[in-house]
Design a protein. Structure first.
Lengths: 117, 199
C-alpha cells in the first residue's frame, strides 16, 4: 500500500461510520450494497478493514435499525437503516467533521502558502 | 470463499458467539461475497485486506457487535502435560546417565570398565570385580556359561548414541514446547487474538 493510499485509508477509517450513516440516508441497504454506494461516491477503497465491524458497532450502539428482507433475486439479506439516534449522530458527526476539515484546511493552507508562494 | 466463511465460523465458535448470531453473520457474509463474485469482483472488494485474515476479521466483527461469549481457550488435552513431563524426564535421565557413563569412562575408573565389558563367570554377584576391570554375570547363568570369558558388549558407542539421542530429544522437546506448547509468546499471541485492537 502506497503512502497516499495508506493515509487515505487512515482518514477514511476515522469517519467510516459517518459515511455509512450518510449512505443509509439514501435508503435501507445491506452490507455489500453500502460498499457499492461508498464506491459510487468516490470512496473506492475499503482499505485495511471492512465495513462489517463498523456496522456491528453502529447496530450495538443502536444508531441503525435492521431487518431481514429478500434482495433482488438473491437470498434474504440484513438491511440497515438509520435510527432516530443515528440521524442525530450523523448530524453531529457532520458538524464535527466540517469543523475538523476547516481547521485542517487552515493549517494546510498555511503550508501551501509557505511552500508555493 | 466458503473456506473464508468456514474459518470465520470456527473463530466465532471459539469466541463463544451464539450459533444463531454466527449463522446470521455467516449467511450475510456469504451472500455479499457471492454477489461480488457474480459481478466479477473479488473478496477484497468486500473485505479489503481483511480477506487475508479471516480469524482477525471474525473476531473484530463479533467484538464490535458485542456478541462474544466466554472464549473457549485453546488448551491442550489433559493428558498432554503428563506425557510431555514423562517424556522430558526420560530424555533427561537418558542423557544424564549416558553422559555420566562417558565421563566416568574417560576417567578410567572401575565403573567405566564395568560398563565396557560384562563377562560371565560362576559365582555370586560381582558387577564391579575389584582389579579385574570386568563386570560379571552371577548365578545360574554364570554357571551355565561356566566361567567362559564371554566378552560383553562394549557399551561406549551406545553411551555416545544415547547421549546424542537424549540431547537431541531434549532440544527438539524444548523447541516444540516454546514454539507450540507453552512459552510466553504463545500467551501473548492468544491475548492479541482475543483483544483485537482494530476497527
Amino acid at each position: 500500500m502506497g503512502q497516499t493510499e495508506g493515509r487515505r485509508s487512515q482518514l477514511l477509517r476515522g469517519v467510516l461510520d459517518l459515511c455509512l450513516l450518510a449512505v443509509m440516508g439514501d435508503g435501507p441497504a445491506y452490507g455489500y450494497e453500502m460498499t457499492k454506494r461508498l464506491r459510487a461516491r468516490g470512496l473506492s477503497t475499503v482499505g485495511e478493514g471492512s465495513i462489517y465491524p463498523v456496522l456491528g458497532r453502529l447496530e450495538r450502539d443502536r444508531l441503525v435499525e435492521t431487518h431481514r428482507a429478500a434482495s433482488n433475486g438473491g437470498p434474504p439479506r440484513k438491511y440497515y437503516r438509520l435510527s432516530p439516534e443515528g440521524e442525530r449522530a450523523l448530524a453531529a458527526g457532520v458538524s464535527e467533521w466540517q469543523a475538523v476539515r476547516d481547521a485542517v484546511d487552515g493549517a494546510l493552507g498555511l503550508v501551501k502558502a509557505e511552500v508555493m508562494p | 470463499m466458503s473456506e473464508f466463511v468456514d474459518e470465520c465460523r470456527r473463530e466465532w465458535r471459539r469466541l463463544g458467539v451464539p450459533d444463531p448470531v454466527a449463522s446470521e453473520m455467516a449467511a450475510d457474509l456469504t451472500a455479499d461475497l457471492e454477489e461480488a463474485e457474480a459481478e466479477g469482483g473479488s473478496p477484497e472488494d468486500v473485505l479489503g485486506n481483511s480477506a487475508f485474515d479471516p480469524r482477525r476479521f471474525a473476531a473484530a466483527w463479533a467484538a464490535a457487535r458485542g456478541v462474544t461469549g466466554a472464549p473457549i481457550p485453546e488448551r491442550p488435552s489433559p493428558w498432554r502435560a503428563p506425557i510431555a513431563i514423562a517424556l522430558a524426564v526420560i530424555l533427561g535421565v537418558l542423557t544424564m546417565g549416558a553422559g555420566l557413563a562417558l565421563l566416568v569412562g574417560r576417567s578410567g575408573s572401575s565403573i567405566a570398565f564395568a560398563t565396557r565389558r560384562i563377562v560371565a563367570v560362576p559365582g555370586p554377584i560381582h558387577l564391579f570385580a575389584p582389579g579385574s576391570g570386568r563386570g560379571v554375570i552371577p548365578g545360574p547363568l554364570g554357571r551355565v556359561l561356566g566361567g567362559t570369558a564371554v566378552t560383553g558388549v562394549d557399551i561406549h558407542p551406545f553411551a555416545w548414541m544415547l547421549f546424542i539421542i537424549g540431547l537431541t530429544g531434549l532440544g527438539v522437546f524444548a523447541f516444540l514446547y516454546w514454539s507450540h506448547g507453552g512459552g510466553p509468546r504463545r500467551y501473548r499471541r492468544r491475548e492479541r487474538r482475543q483483544n483485537p485492537s482494530w476497527n
